[in-house]
Design a protein around this ligand. Structure first.
Ligand SMILES: C[S@@+](CC[C@H](N)C(=O)[O-])C[C@H]1O[C@@H](n2cnc3c(N)ncnc32)[C@H](O)[C@@H]1O
Length: 291
C-alpha cells in the first residue's frame, strides 16, 4: 500500500485552480445553465402570495451559478424581492462572489447576506440564534463531498424549507466510471472520505423513506492532456480527478500508470476527434418540505 498523500482540498489555492481548470474543460457549467433555463422553472412552484423569496446557497463558490439562479427566479417572479443567504467558507471564493455581484448590473431586487463559514457552522449559529426563517429555495451544488455528516446536513437544510420550498443537491453520479475509479483506488489515493456520489445521498434518503426526485445532468470533460507526460494542464486535471495534491509528482509510477489506464478505459472515457472525453455526469436530487 502507498503512503498517504495530501488531499487536494487541503490546499485551497491549488484546489481552486484545479476546479477552475476542470470547469473550463468540461460542459458542467453549460449543463447547469440548461438546468436553470429548462428544469428550474418547473421545479420552482412558489406562489403562496408572498412578495419576497428566501434563497440559501450552500458552498456557493464564486457565485456564478448562484447569480444565474437568481436571474431565472427574477425572470419567473419579476415582482418579488429576494433575500439571498450565501454560505461559503473559502474567503477568496466569497471575495470573488462579492466582486461578481458588484460588477453585475440589475441585482437591485436581491439582498445578499454573507456567511463566511461552513454549512456545519451555519447550522450551529442558526440553532444558537433560534432563527425560524423558512426558505423557498436552498441549493447545494457539488459541495456535499466536504461536509462531515451529509445525512445531518441534508436533514437540517430540509427542515428549513417553506411549504412550497425546494432543496436542490448535485453531486457526481454514482454510475460514472470516474466515481468507480475513485472507489477502486481510494485506499491508495487516501481520499476515501471525499468519495461521495448521489448514490450515498439516495441511500440514506431511501432508508428513511424520504421522497425525492432525481434528474441526470450529463456532462463531459476533456482529459486529453492527462496523458501527456509533464503537461501542466494535465497535472491540474489529474489533481482534480484524483483529489490528490500534485498527484503526478507524489504517486508511484505504478499507481499513476494504473490510474491513467483506468481513465482511458471505455467505462470512463471515449475518444473523439483526437480528444479523450470523460463522462462527468452529475445527478440533481430535489427534496421538498418533510410532511
Ligand atoms: C466544488 S466547489 C462548488 C462551487 C459551486 N457550488 C459550483 O457548483 O460551482 C465546492 C465549494 O464548497 C465549499 N465548501 C467546502 N467545505 C464546505 C462546507 N463544509 N460547507 C459549505 N461549503 C463548503 C468550497 O469552499 C467550495 O467553494
Amino acid at each position: 500500500m502507498e503512503s498517504p498523500k495530501s488531499k487536494l482540498p487541503n490546499d485551497s489555492e491549488r484546489y481552486l485552480e484545479c476546479f477552475r481548470h476542470f470547469l473550463k474543460h468540461s460542459t458542467q457549467n453549460q449543463v447547469m445553465q440548461d438546468f436553470i433555463d429548462h428544469l428550474l422553472p418547473d421545479i420552482m412552484k412558489i406562489g403562496n402570495g408572498t412578495s419576497n423569496l428566501n434563497v440559501i446557497g450552500v458552498g456557493s463558490g464564486c457565485g456564478d451559478i448562484d447569480l444565474k439562479i437568481l436571474s431565472a427566479l427574477h425572470h419567473k417572479y419579476p415582482e418579488m424581492t429576494v433575500d439571498n443567504e450565501v454560505i461559503e467558507p473559502n474567503p477568496q471564493q466569497l471575495r470573488d462572489y462579492r466582486d461578481l455581484v458588484s460588477q453585475t448590473p440589475g441585482l437591485d431586487y436581491v439582498t445578499f447576506i454573507w456567511n463566511e463559514m461552513t454549512a456545519e457552522e451555519f447550522e450551529e449559529q442558526w440553532k444558537e440564534n433560534k432563527r425560524t426563517k423558512k426558505a423557498d429555495l436552498i441549493h447545494m451544488f457539488q459541495m456535499m463531498y466536504f461536509v462531515k455528516d451529509p445525512e445531518a446536513t441534508v436533514s437540517f437544510f430540509q427542515s428549513l424549507l417553506n411549504k412550497n420550498g425546494r432543496l436542490l443537491i448535485t453531486l457526481y453520479s454514482g454510475n460514472i466510471g470516474w466515481v468507480k475509479m475513485l472507489d477502486a483506488f481510494s485506499n491508495q489515493l487516501g481520499t476515501a472520505e471525499l468519495n461521495r456520489s448521489t448514490d450515498d445521498i439516495k441511500r440514506f434518503l431511501d432508508s428513511k423513506g424520504v421522497r425525492y426526485q432525481s434528474h441526470n445532468l450529463p456532462a463531459k470533460v476533456d482529459i486529453t492532456k492527462c496523458f501527456i507526460e509533464g503537461d501542466e494542464d494535465g497535472e491540474l486535471m489529474l489533481d482534480f480527478l484524483t483529489q490528490v495534491l500534485h498527484f503526478s509528482k507524489t504517486a508511484s509510477p505504478e499507481l499513476k500508470a494504473k490510474i491513467l489506464e483506468f481513465l482511458h478505459c471505455p467505462e470512463v472515457s471515449v475518444e473523439s476527434n483526437g480528444k479523450v472525453l470523460m463522462n462527468a455526469d452529475s445527478e440533481l436530487i430535489v427534496l421538498e418540505q418533510l410532511t
